[in-house]
Ligand binder design. Structure first.
Ligand code: CA
Ligand code: CA
Ligand code: CA
Length: 351
């Protein structure tokens, strides 16, 4: 008699196959889930990096706003031509509402009347408006976004003046001897002296959001751009693609440190509602257009909305974002990240 052959019955084989396939399906499912989780977190990490980069460009620029070499009192500046300290235009006459300053080259006036030399306005902005006379690049300004302008001196002493370049002649020893010039002509006095009398470039930058980013397939993806005073006029550069919104609010010192809505007792001897000796503490945040006359901006609050460059099938951004007095519910297939930062202005004048 032949020994009975050992092996699997058909039933046993089918059961084994069934268990095996359940395990494989499970493993494939877990794998695909972790892959998509990885893809999402990778995308969010990239958005975070973009937002951090954009903030890292804005922050040091803002911290230096109002830095004018040896003075942080921009009222001391006067515009001079031909190296003549005898006939100058004082800073209070260098504002947009004033007549265009004679002698200032057309390239410097391209973005607005006296915009390049309004040194008193160390930080300013526009609320849901572009506001510049020179055209926005990148397909134009994106409606609903804010702009932020800073003015300051370059950090280095240039050692000489250059014609057709907006520059500052700054003096350590005589605080009222501060000049703006654009023709490269320096006065005989005060004479240049590396330690005490220096020439620096005037830096003027306006950050704004454009409708498109530059690069292939980037139409429709907004970008953070900067219009900057450079050489004989203004340049326009993309800072970061994928920035969909820039919102700005300014912190002002109202002298209401006990937060009861009115200026604290004893801080307003002349009764004009403005603290006589502000401490440089932001007690209220207002939209860029709402800074009351006479109040100084002591800090800036920035919001940046960064958007992924790829549309994601099966994803809807149905969150509601509330920031800077806006409420936004995108409802589209783009991932977003909103970042906010408050930056103290180091050169804010404490009177
Ligand atoms: Ca705004
Ligand atoms: Ca008070
Ligand atoms: Ca007062």
């Amino acid at each position: 008699m032949r020994a009975r052959e050992k092996g699997l019955s058909l039933i046993e084989l089918l059961v084994a196959l069934a268990i095996g396939s359940v395990l494989i399906v499970g493993a494939v499912y877990v794998y695909s889930q972790s892959r998509s989780t990885y893809r999402v977190s990778d995308k969010l990490a990239r958005l975070q990096e973009d937002a951090r980069y954009a903030l890292s460009v804005l922050e040091p620029d803002l911290q230096l706003a109002g830095y004018y070499g040896f003075t942080n009192t921009p009222d001391d500046f006067k515009y001079m031509t031909g190296g003549s300290t005898a006939s100058v235009v004082t800073s209070s006459r260098l504002q947009p509402a004033d007549a265009a300053v004679a002698g200032l080259e057309a390239g410097f006036q391209a973005c607005g009347n006296n915009y390049a030399i309004d040194v008193v306005a160390t930080v300013e902005g526009t609320d849901s408006a572009y506001g510049l006379a020179c055209a926005a690049a990148g397909g134009g300004y994106l409606a609903g976004t804010d702009t932020l302008t800073i003015r300051r001196a370059s950090p280095d002493d240039l050692g000489a003046a250059t014609a057709n370049r907006l520059q500052l002649l700054v003096s350590r020893l005589s605080p009222t001897n501060q000049y703006i010039l654009s023709d490269g002509s320096l006065p005989a006095s005060p004479a240049l002296d590396a330690d005490n009398v220096q020439v620096r470039d005037l830096i003027v930058r306006t950050y704004y959001i454009s409708q498109n980013s530059t690069g292939p397939d980037r139409a429709g993806l907004p970008a953070l751009r900067v219009k900057a005073l450079d050489g004989a006029g203004f340049t326009d550069t993309q800072v970061m693609p994928g920035v969909e919104d820039l919102q700005v609010q300014f912190g002002i010192d109202t002298g209401d440190y006990n937060n009861d809505g009115v200026i604290d007792a004893g801080l307003d001897a002349d009764g004009n509602g403005i603290p006589d000796a502000p401490r440089g503490i932001a007690t209220r945040y207002v939209d860029p257009d709402d800074v009351p006359p006479g109040f100084q901006v002591v800090s800036v609050r920035l919001w940046l909305m960064v958007r992924s460059s790829e549309f994601e099938a099966g994803f809807t951004d149905d969150r509601t974002y509330e920031y800077a007095g806006k409420t936004v519910t995108p409802g589209d297939g783009n991932r977003r990240m909103l970042v906010m930062k408050t930056i103290q202005l180091r050169n804010a004048r404490a009177l």
